[in-house]
Design a protein. Structure first.
Length: 347
């Protein structure tokens, strides 16, 4: 059997000089074209790009980044990469960065501030030019590292009194949902939320609901306030807990996400309850599927894509050394659909 010939010569990758010879220009011209540091005549620019493509030339991005102190990469850490609101946030954020030549590197923290610290530190050590975080509660060490490295940072989905942020008032958005139910005639209103520890958004929303009830002389029973894991299964478990508590169940519930709301609706249906006749349900985030449920889900639209674009605008400006607004509020909106109605019997 004939053995294949294996060359003993070391692999050689094309370098700047090869591109210059192929394009018929100087190595300095090649560098100016690839780095974008100076204007180059259109015909020479085209010749360099064509030669680089034909040779399979790849610029040494790490060396160029070190010399320019810019890596053209931006980091983002979100609580749950499966949550549609965060997917929309990242998608529009990435598109805005891409327009300026930046690459997005995203990580998932699982609603754990220690994980946020770990992931963000990893990104910072790799030389990112900017960072987006979600929420206003983070490990003190993380803020110290961001300030020490002088990395532009913006927080999303929250309003902060201290740090740059793009978001909405979580307490106000939840109070809007509660007042809508109160105006329909509901007085027994429950909450099924995700994890609230180290989650300023979740805690603020529950506070907003409580204040809306208190303004009308009402209180929420402890048995009607349930904290669960996220997802459809969590929503089913949460409503199950309310029904098993032994007290009269609520006539309406406000859920931390649309997925939780969907789970609560499934559990209610499995027990023969009519929605919205026996139980009104409100979600949060206005997921793509919300309008197509039966009945369609009333929810809070937090305009995730708009927040992502604004966060991108903010970081692009700061990374370029331009002034930017520290706080941008994008108001959340109640979308009323068929999952809510006046209670069948007023109490």
């Amino acid at each position: 059997m004939t053995k294949p010939h294996i060359s003993q010569e070391p692999l050689r990758f094309p370098v700047t000089k090869d591109v210059a010879e192929r394009a018929g220009v100087s190595t300095a011209t090649v560098s100016r074209v690839l780095n974008g540091t100076a204007r180059v005549r259109a015909d020479k620019h085209e010749a360099v790009m064509k030669a680089a493509e034909e040779l399979g030339f790849v610029a040494n991005g790490a060396a160029r980044a070190l010399s320019m102190r810019r890596f053209m990469a931006v980091g983002a850490v979100v609580p749950n990469i499966e949550n549609e609101a965060f997917i929309r946030l990242l998608s529009s954020f990435q598109e805005r960065l891409r327009q300026e030549g930046y690459t997005l590197i995203a990580a998932n923290s699982g609603y754990d501030i220690d994980n946020v610290l770990r992931e963000a530190t990893f990104l910072i050590e790799r030389g990112i030019d900017g960072l987006m975080l979600v929420g206003d509660i983070h490990h003190p060490l993380l803020h110290a590292r961001i300030e020490r490295q002088k990395i532009p940072m913006v927080q999303a989905f929250t309003l902060s009194t201290e740090r740059a942020c793009i978001g909405f008032d979580n307490a106000t958005s939840a109070a809007r949902a509660a007042n809508y139910l109160l105006d329909l005639g509901h007085i027994r209103i429950g909450v099924i939320s995700g994890l609230r520890k180290d989650n300023d958004r979740g805690g603020a929303r529950v506070d907003g609901i409580r204040k809306a009830l208190a303004a009308r002389g009402l209180t929420m029973l402890p048995e009607h306030d349930v904290e669960i894991s996220y997802g459809i299964g969590g929503g089913r478990d949460g409503f199950r807990q309310m029904l098993a508590s032994g007290v009269e169940p609520p006539t309406a519930i406000i859920c931390g996400t649309d997925q939780i709301a969907f789970g609560a609706m499934i559990e209610a249906r499995s027990r023969g309850l009519d929605i919205p006749g026996d139980l009104s349900v409100i979600g949060h985030n206005d997921s793509d599927f919300a309008a197509f449920l039966s009945p369609p889900l009333t929810t809070i639209n937090v305009h995730s894509a708009a927040i992502g674009r604004a966060a991108g605008d903010h970081l692009v400006a700061r990374m370029a050394g331009r002034p930017s607004v520290r706080l941008t509020e994008i108001d959340a909106e109640l979308i009323a659909r068929g999952s809510t109605a006046p209670p069948r019997r007023r109490t």
